[in-house]
Design a protein around this ligand. Structure first.
Ligand SMILES: Cc1cc2nc3c(=O)[nH]c(=O)nc-3n(C[C@H](O)[C@H](O)[C@H](O)COP(=O)(O)OP(=O)(O)OC[C@H]3O[C@@H](n4cnc5c(N)ncnc54)[C@H](O)[C@@H]3O)c2cc1C
Length: 381
């Protein structure tokens, strides 16, 4: 029996995409020269810089796939891929707009009402509206069907009660899309009775409590919803269709270059440290570069599939498992390479990457769970 193809065939980069890549590199070089940012590992989660986001919006590099009618730029998924890949490779601070631009945009385009698209898409493309993800709960991560946050019908809308956790950037974002139960669990159909709501994170009935990481950083939060009111116009998609909607959102959440480039800036620093003979040469550098090069091909192939509206859940899972494992291996490689001769800046970056490492293979679906998705895609589960 021939094995199923796990990742779509690669598509060659067009000359336009090549030129766009060069344009982003020029912009990044200018920004670095002006001291606008310091490259860091995992900057798409930790590097919240609204000025940098505004500079990207000014160049038309936010909301790239949003139609012009909604304030976007009507560009292709592959063009967005090129821009985001360059930003990530440079360790640029893109966290403020990341979630909104990556997954709220495609979700709004697919499921949003005309009112919601008009309300949010121009602001996201303009870099003035930031979103969080309200899926995980204290007892519900991999198994999202078990969420306990409930939404009760009231006059003119819904009241949400429950606790969301690990909500990245909720303390700075304007809104998140919360997954909640709108009907009691039916053991025979656990995925039924779930719905999504756009919740104003600065509104009444919403309390945001910081969760401070072991290195003292604050990007996680616990979000307590205490009867928070969501008007009917902020119901996202259809009541009861939350599971299907979340699943489609996850394909966008899992497939992008942020799933293999979170520590690329550190790999670059390793090469630089070896080239300047501050630390000895090592074969492992080449092995890691080769893995990243392969992942670039696979991830751009997935971007091509999404552009063609092909189902991409399984290939996205493959890229995420291999990519996030590589990100962690780069962190470990750099950390082992670290010594007094490597320099303070290198050591700071390597330490930060090691601190972030546990999250790479957890966020957006753990490797164990994704291996299950891949096994199902191969027809062996
Ligand atoms: C850096 C970071 C940022 C995050 N940001 C957000 C966010 O903004 N919004 C949000 O909603 N969530 C966020 N999360 C939460 C993340 O999505 C969850 O941590 C993840 O889905 C796992 O859920 P859990 O932590 O509850 O672990 P659990 O689901 O309890 O899993 C515990 C362990 O059991 C294993 N396991 C569970 N089920 C299976 C299975 N069926 N087969 C095999 N093994 C299994 C898992 O792989 C894991 O090792 C973030 C997490 C991290 C680390």
């Amino acid at each position: 029996m021939a094995a199923a193809r796990l990742v779509p065939p690669c598509t060659a980069e067009t000359s336009e995409a090549h030129e766009l890549r060069a344009e982003v590199r020029r912009f990044l070089a200018e920004q670095l020269a002006a001291g606008a940012f310091t490259p860091t590992a995992d900057a798409w989660l930790c590097g919240w810089d609204e000025d940098f986001t505004a500079a990207l919006a000014e160049r038309g590099w936010l909301g790239m796939t949003v139609p012009v009618a909604y304030g976007g730029h009507g560009r292709s998924f592959l063009e967005r891929f090129v821009v985001t890949e360059e930003l990530l490779a440079a360790g640029a601070p893109v966290a403020a707009h990341w979630i909104a631009d990556r997954q709220i945009v495609p979700s709004l385009l697919k499921y949003g009402t005309e009112f919601q698209k008009t309300e949010f898409l121009p602001k996201i493309a303009g870099g003035t509206c930031f979103f969080g993800i309200g899926m995980s709960e204290p007892d519900s991560g991999s198994d999202l069907a078990s969420v306990r946050t409930r939404a009760e019908r009231v006059d003119g809308g819904w009241r949400l009660t429950g606790t969301k956790v690990w909500t990245s950037g909720a303390h700075l974002a304007h809104a998140f899309i919360a997954l909640a139960r709108t009907a009691p669990v039916d053991p025979a159909h656990r995925h039924a009775g779930l719905s999504q709501f756009i919740v104003d994170l600065r509104g009444p009935g919403v309390e945001i409590r910081p969760i401070v990481s072991m290195n003292g950083a604050h990007h996680f939060n616990e979000v307590l919803l205490d009867g928070a009111f969501v008007p009917d116009e902020m119901v996202f998609g259809s009541i009861g269709a939350g599971w299907e909607q979340v699943t489609s959102e996850l394909a966008f959440e899992r497939s992008g270059p942020e799933r293999f480039l979170s520590t690329f800036v550190l790999l670059d620093a390793c090469a630089e440290t070896i080239a300047s003979q501050r630390v000895p040469r090592s074969d492992d550098l080449g092995r890691l570069v080769a893995r990243v090069a392969g992942l670039h091909q696979m991830s751009s192939a997935v971007a091509g599939a999404l552009q063609r509206h092909e189902p991409a859940d399984v290939p996205a899972a493959v890229v995420k498992v291999l990519g996030t494992t590589t990100e962690g291996d780069i962190a470990e490689y750099a950390h082992l390479m670290m010594d007094d001769d490597a320099g303070q800046q290198f050591s700071d970056m390597a330490n930060a990457a090691v601190d972030q490492r546990p999250g790479f293979t957890l966020r957006g679906g753990t490797n164990e769970v994704l291996r299950g998705v891949i096994a199902r895609g191969l027809g062996i589960r």
